[in-house]
Design a protein around this ligand. Structure first.
Ligand code: SAM
Length: 276
């Protein structure tokens, strides 16, 4: 390990990739071409950055750590197609800071903020060509989980609505310095042209999904009773009109069943108003 680097900061999720084979496999999964603009989150000591800079037409890298960002700026000073921003990725302004409207994302994400970063990209999904991200195994498993298992939930459904999600490969903790306490996976996400399912109103769909998983061990009936939607709609009627048994738990519903509930609620929201 190069001794002039500052000591890794745990608070920034700094577990640097040291395995060249894994680095190459991530770059390969991203299928970078000279016409691509790539956004790298958390370039760190530059393990992925060097290969990305060689292959991409333009590379924008966002690193929170001031010292590392300064080192990367020096290292890539002569490469005009590489831009290093020192800032929090969660405050990144896509309109102002990305010249190209559509781009690929490649990242070994800081695990302490991987879920908010994923949700940030979910909002920006129309700009994305492909995401290849390293995540802690548990988060990766949630993205690829089938219904009726404990990992299946809000993250699974909202991402599968908009993306094809694929588990590329697993990475053991020995491939990083310092070694993290968890195992990791590399996941690729390719945005769909449109939503996988017809949900009616997207806001209703998201609220239904979040409500169904608000208390994992409770039935749908009980979860929906506490949902903000229950203030305006009769949720028992909704379940009955979709032939979905209220004694089921949220994790047993497929994305199509959530879409059916959402569509029905969107289409008939007037009729379903609670008659109190
Ligand atoms: N890409 C490097 C690699 O694979 O070796 C480093 C990956 S390390 C897991 C995560 C990187 O994200 C660190 O360099 C860390 O400083 C940076 N980071 C942490 N929080 C960040 C944030 N909010 N915004 C941007 N970068 C962040």
């Amino acid at each position: 390990m190069n001794s002039h680097f500052p000591h890794p900061r745990k608070s920034l999720g700094q577990n640097f990739l040291t395995d060249n084979n894994i680095i190459k496999k991530i770059i390969l999964a991203a299928q970078i071409e000279k016409t691509d603009t790539v956004l790298e989150v958390g370039p760190g000591r530059g393990a992925l950055t060097c290969l990305l800079a060689q292959r991409a037409g333009c590379l924008v890298a966002v690193e929170f750590d001031r010292d590392l960002a300064a080192m990367l700026r020096t290292r890539f000073a002569s490469e005009e197609h590489v831009v290093i921003h020192q800032q929090d990725i969660l405050k990144f302004d896509f309109d102002k800071q990305m010249e190209e409207n559509r781009f690929k994302v490649v990242a070994n994400l800081p695990y302490n903020i991987s879920t908010p970063v994923l949700f940030m990209f979910l909002k920006e999904y129309r700009r994305l060509i492909k995401l290849v991200v390293m995540l802690q195994k548990e988060v990766g498993e949630r993205l690829v989980a089938p219904p009726d298992c404990s990992q299946y939930g809000v993250l699974t459904i909202l991402f599968r609505q908009w993306f094809d999600v694929r588990l590329e490969f697993s990475v053991s903790s020995g491939c990083f310095f310092p070694q993290p306490k968890v195992d990791s996976v590399v996941i690729s996400l390719i945005p769909l042209k449109e939503s996988r399912v017809d949900t009616g109103e997207q806001q209703i769909f998201e609220t239904l999904v979040r409500s169904a998983f608000s208390m994992r061990r409770k039935t749908l009936r009980n979860c929906f009773k506490n949902s903000s939607l229950a203030e305006s709609y009769n949720m028992e009627n909704l379940l009955a009109s979709c032939s979905i048994d209220g004694r089921r738990r949220g994790e047993t519903l497929t994305i199509d069943e959530f879409a059916l509930l959402s569509r029905t609620l969107s289409n008939h929201k007037q009729n379903l108003s609670v008659s109190r």
